[in-house]
Design a protein around this ligand. Structure first.
Ligand code: CAA
Length: 262
């Protein structure tokens, strides 16, 4: 498959590799347009279906992870064309359907839809250079890809309101303190650090990874009792699988487990 708005490669030496997707519209700071979102959906689905891939890293460039929705291509929409044309709803949420962990690796700007896309990933790693924000108010709109809903869940209402109403940007250290990002790495060599994290994930049992991410993401959707029940069912379902027997046996035999990913 040839892509024009993204760059796709596999990285790693182990039996399961990392699917690396780079947003690549440098002249528009990786702004999100229909062709990019369609390509991203295809690349994510292909990596998700590939048994040789353990997890996926989504990144941008040094200057910008992504500066949000492509403003020229949405500027002249009216309500009906935005609504019936499926702006955002049509092809922006592919990342939510991926069963494997998706790590956002953010350097530079992650603004508007860019910040929202990062928040759709399972976790976010930031370079010191990262700047997060929801500046939609400055262009006369509000976020449309979850910014008003996910940001308060990640950073709390007070900081989300502050960011959304003022359109100010938050640097990597503030994002770390606020809980938006998992870890911050020096800008130089930042992607290599995220790829090292991805390697750790690739070495885990695939069903455990998939259930783990699904359960954590459920915590954002369900009441506690229901979430704990779902977790217990998933936990019980793992007993009797090869990887459960092997993982526990290997621990007792003081050796590394040999996963069959089932
Ligand atoms: N869409 C399309 N093109 C964009 C863009 C966007 N969101 N953001 C930047 N660009 C383009 C600029 O137009 C410029 O192109 P030209 O060189 O052809 O003029 C190029 O990228 C470089 O941008 P700047 O010259 O502005 O670079 P800068 O370093 O001075 O500023 C910035 C960088 C702070 C990110 C600034 O570009 C900016 O504020 N961009 C807009 C961010 C924004 O408002 N995002 C929200 C979009 S709406 C949205 O995302 C809705 C939603 O929730 C789904």
């Amino acid at each position: 498959m040839t892509y024009t708005c993204i760059l796709v490669e596999t990285v790693g030496d182990g039996p399961r590799k990392t699917g690396l997707i780079r947003l690549n519209r440098p002249k528009a700071l990786n702004a999100l347009c229909d062709p990019l979102m369609d390509e991203l959906g295809e690349a994510l689905a292909a990596f998700d279906a590939d048994a040789g891939i353990g997890c996926i890293v989504l990144t941008g460039s040094e200057k910008a992870f992504c500066a949000g929705a492509d403003i020229p291509s949405i500027k002249d929409l009216d309500f009906l064309s935005a609504h019936q044309g499926g702006l955002v709803s049509k092809n922006w949420e592919h990342v939510l359907k991926v069963k494997k962990p998706v790590l956002a690796a953010v350097a530079g700007y992650a603004l508007g839809g860019g910040c929202e896309l990062a928040m759709m990933c399972d976790t976010i790693y930031a370079a010191e250079s990262a700047k997060f924000g929801q500046p939609e108010i400055k262009i006369g709109v509000i976020p449309g890809a979850g910014g008003t809903q996910r940001l308060p869940r990640w950073v709390g209402k007070a900081k989300a309101m502050d960011l959304l109403l003022t359109a100010r940007m938050m640097d990597a250290q503030e994002a770390l303190q606020a809980g938006l990002v998992a870890r911050v790495f020096p800008t130089e060599g930042f992607l290599d650090e995220v790829l090292k994290v991805a390697e750790l994930l690739n070495a885990q049992s695939a069903p455990a990874l998939a259930l783990m991410k699904e359960m954590v993401n459920q915590a954002f959707e369900t009441p506690l009792t229901q979430g704990v029940q779902a977790e217990r069912l998933a936990f019980h379902a793992m007993f009797g699988t090869h990887d459960q027997r092997e993982g526990m046996t290997a621990f007792l035999e003081k050796r590394a487990p040999q996963w069959k990913h089932g």
